[in-house]
Ligand binder design. Sequence first.
Ligand SMILES: [Zn+2]
Length: 349
Amino acid sequence: MGTDGDLLGEIVEFETFSDLELVPEGDSLKGKIAFVSYSMADYVPPPGASRMAGYGEGTKARGRGHVTAAKRGADAIVIRSVGTDNNRNGHTGSGYGYEEGVRRIPAAALSAPDAILLQNILRRDKPVIMKLNMTSEITGPIMGANVIGEITGREDPEYYIGLGAHLDSWDEGTGAIDDGAGVGSMMAVATLIGQMEKRPRRSIRVILFGGEEIGLIGVQEYAARHKNDLDKHLLVAEVDGGGGRIHTLISGVGEASVPVIHEMYKLIEPLGIAWSDANDAKGASDMSVLGRAGVPALNFMQNSNDYFHYHHTPNDTFDKIIPEDMRYLTAAYAPIVYLAAEMDIDFRQ
Ligand SMILES: [Zn+2]
């Protein structure tokens, strides 16, 4: 939502999204602008948890803050960008879940330095008025598409190994790391396998999803169209974490298949990849929709050390792609995807 000219309001800070939620619904934030200052960069994961959990926490305010603040009377919400950099760029991202009868209010993300500046001004304990002027608008439906390519299996073509990435990206950058790296590496895996003399036993489908960033729209459409043959999707994996190398492989398959995946894993262990015994992989972004629908999945966990410096910002550009890392990424997937398609194994077992 835009602001329709200048919008002035007193800033009320909340350190986390939960703090904002604790305010009873009503009009206590009337005339105010809610500010969630949660810092993903300062997030220290509890033992055993991944740094990614800081992203999940940050996206609560980004995703639901506008509705939550509006229900408490606020005129707008601003958040500290969900990212780990110190550049003076805001990180964009999706908000969702407009509710009937709840006012639609503007929502914006401040760059990390600007959020810190605002916090320091607030520490003076004097009212701080922010002026927002935002020109965004909803222009109507836009057509997107999933783009699917397939290596048709030589014996059991109706069974699929699915590789995913997404074609859409935020407008600020060019989407090189999110998710050009995924599109490139998944297509490279299929290209390598396609160059072999003999096609694998079962089909390999590369699914480049549309509309991931605005709520996994493309994969939901895919799942709906394939609801009657989802059981023919034997195993899925994706890349949606930039071009970084893989550090750990996690399976999400039937108990009897775990030793098989572990044998395959030994082929890529020399790339410096660890094995996780968790066997709870469900896919990461798009593929999580299929994973939660019961399709066996592999999660190739990527080194994403600097991913959230650039993700959803004007700095998501091609210079961040490191060709040598992309080769490692492709090499980690290719043997496993090939074997999964060639073997006669039901990974649900
Ligand atoms: Zn992405």
